[in-house]
Design a protein around this ligand. Sequence first.
Ligand SMILES: C[S@@+](CC[C@H](N)C(=O)[O-])C[C@H]1O[C@@H](n2cnc3c(N)ncnc32)[C@H](O)[C@@H]1O
Length: 319
Amino acid sequence: MKLLEKMHKIFCSFLSIFFRSRTIRHILKLSGHDKKEFLIKIIDENLKQIKTEPQEYFAQKSSSLKFVQSYNQLPCTVDTRKKRADLFERNGFRDKEILLLGDDDLVSVELASRNFKYITVLDCDMALLHKLKILTQDAKYPITFFHADLYQGLPNFLSHNYDVVCFDPPQNYEDLRIFMNCALKSLKYYNSTFYMMVNTSGLGKLNAENLVSQLQINGYTNTQKLDFFNCYPLNRGQSLLLKLISFFINPNSIKNRSLDYKYYFTDCLEFKSNSYAQSKEQVYEEKQIIAPVGGHFTLNEIPIAFFKQYGSHSKKTIN
Ligand SMILES: C[S@@+](CC[C@H](N)C(=O)[O-])C[C@H]1O[C@@H](n2cnc3c(N)ncnc32)[C@H](O)[C@@H]1O
């Protein structure tokens, strides 16, 4: 048994040489048990997906966007992007200050088309920001764009400015915490909500628990978990890798050898500041309406470089 585990470890370390994405490297590094749990869920979800309507693929060609693996970009399907915008609409965020920490998923384009009023996008990828700017140029309410590297921290002037923050971080604990800390810094003290897109089983049980307790200390409660909410088409190499390790982890999957695992999935975790959770309860009890607060941030909409050239973090190692 031990020999098998050792072989599995060596095999995965070897495989990780071929992948630049920190998410994939992290998954390859998971312990045998965590990896098995993670893969079984992903495979099951892929099988369900195959049985139902095919997801609408991301229109990569038509928008001529190139996705940068070293920035961990893995855009979601159009369907997922719409679901995120639906979620924001259902929650009445149309007039709220919304910050998207990274937007290779093009959620800003969807929100702009639905006339959301106060959208800000921050990303380290200047080319992506320029494309987003072009794609949203006809928006009724212009989007604000910032170019910054979150590994250098959130620019101070963005502190406590937003009602809603959404981020889809690289799927490993260290990177996720960097995004999460920036999100916490950017949120208003009261009545704020954030959405973290993360594959909780891929994080490892202990890390997921640590994360929730750290957020509780910071005054945020996990109010919702939408399992497998986000779907991301994999490229051929990633899909092949998933198939390969699934044979290793679960020899029964040989039965499904003719199937291609085309998608990766993450959950959507909603967190609300405790004051928000409390005031919502009051609203529910007393049937009151809370008026929207705050004005939009009116800085230049052209991407601005606040920090050194992006890239310093990509040299960091994952524990
Ligand atoms: C982290 S990627 C998506 C990760 C993906 N869902 C996965 O599973 O690995 C989301 C967005 O964050 C941006 N991003 C990555 N690193 C960043 C950084 N250091 N600062 C700001 N944005 C960053 C990317 O350009 C991309 O648009």
